[in-house]
Design a protein around this ligand. Structure first.
Ligand SMILES: Nc1ncnc2c1ncn2[C@@H]1O[C@H](COP(=O)(O)OP(=O)(O)OP(=O)(O)O)[C@@H](O)[C@H]1O
Length: 273
């Protein structure tokens, strides 16, 4: 593990998310027990943009689920702003690859849905939904149904739904993976704008090295399963980043080298299953 990764092992009072010795075994104490994650130490600062990069099956989504509070670690501890994470909370919003909107509700109702679960009064919900849709540039779409929108627009609605909850941490699991290359690039710019206007931290899972270089303050590179932190690469280039610049090219090469051995190991294991 790099010095940078090691340096995160001390408790920081500033952390939006703190993981200490986090491990996850799926189906423990059964013949199908499966160790997905081991010994994860990670601090995410308020307002920081952290990308999780690693081979398929190394436990990136598992880590997001644990941080979201949808699953519990089998080892270690996760804290959010010093409080142990024991269940989902509006301050930690999860956004998936597929927008998972309710087709029978309008866009505005979808965005307001989470607030209704929280008991927010109707007028306040409507206003919060309007504000959130404005922020993602879809104010005009409030009365449409999700089926009337493109894939990129649906993902913006999913982001608006998360923003309406005023999260302190946005957990994004390959949110743009299903989109075409041009739409993905637009969505990355859009996300950076939204993130700049909020004070939220972002944890963003991707397979795409170019996406990591475009977005991250730090890239957390995982090993093959069981996922451990191999190294953490800080990116200090100002945004927007020119993907054709020598600096971005050098980062892509470095990250490709770091990932290569892990991807080979993951493939070898999957072939042996
Ligand atoms: N609910 C579950 N029950 C049992 N095993 C699971 C469960 N969820 C994930 N796993 C296993 O844990 C391992 C890690 O999965 P995870 O989805 O976290 O990896 P990932 O790095 O996000 O993969 P990918 O990049 O392919 O999406 C996989 O082998 C997967 O089969």
């Amino acid at each position: 593990m790099s010095d940078l990764a090691n340096s995160t092992a001390t408790i920081s009072r500033e952390s939006a998310i703190t993981c200490r010795g986090v491990g996850k075994v799926w189906l423990p104490d059964t013949p199908r027990a499966y160790e997905a994650l081991r010994g994860i130490d990670l601090d995410v600062k308020p307002g920081e943009f952290v990308v999780l990069l690693g081979p398929s099956g190394c436990g990136k989504s598992t880590l997001l689920f644990l941080i979201a509070g949808l699953e519990s670690p089998t080892e270690g501890e996760i804290r959010s702003f010093e409080k142990p994470v024991t269940e989902p909370a509006p301050e930690r919003a999860l956004i998936f690859q597929q927008a998972a909107l309710f087709p029978w509700l309008t866009v505005g109702q979808n965005v307001a849905f989470g607030l209704s679960l929280g008991g927010v009064p109707a007028a306040e919900r409507k206003q919060a939904a309007r504000d959130a849709l404005q922020r993602v540039g879809l104010a005009e779409a409030a009365t449409k149904r999700p089926t009337e929108l493109s894939g990129g627009m649906r993902q913006r609605v999913a982001v608006a739904r998360a923003l309406a909850m005023r999260p302190k941490v946005l957990l994004m699991d390959e949110p743009f993976a299903a989109l075409d290359v041009q739409t993905r690039a637009k969505m990355q710019d859009f996300l950076l704008d939204v993130w700049r206007d909020s004070t939220a931290s972002v944890l963003f899972v991707t397979h795409h090295i170019d996406e990591a270089v475009a977005l991250a303050d730090r890239v957390v590179v995982f090993t093959a399963r069981p996922g451990r932190i191999k190294t953490i690469v800080p990116i200090t280039l100002p945004r927007p980043r020119d993907p054709f610049s020598p600096e971005c090219a050098a980062l892509r090469i470095a990250l490709t080298d770091l990932l290569k051995a892990e991807v080979d190991a993951a493939f070898a294991e999957q072939e042996g299953l």
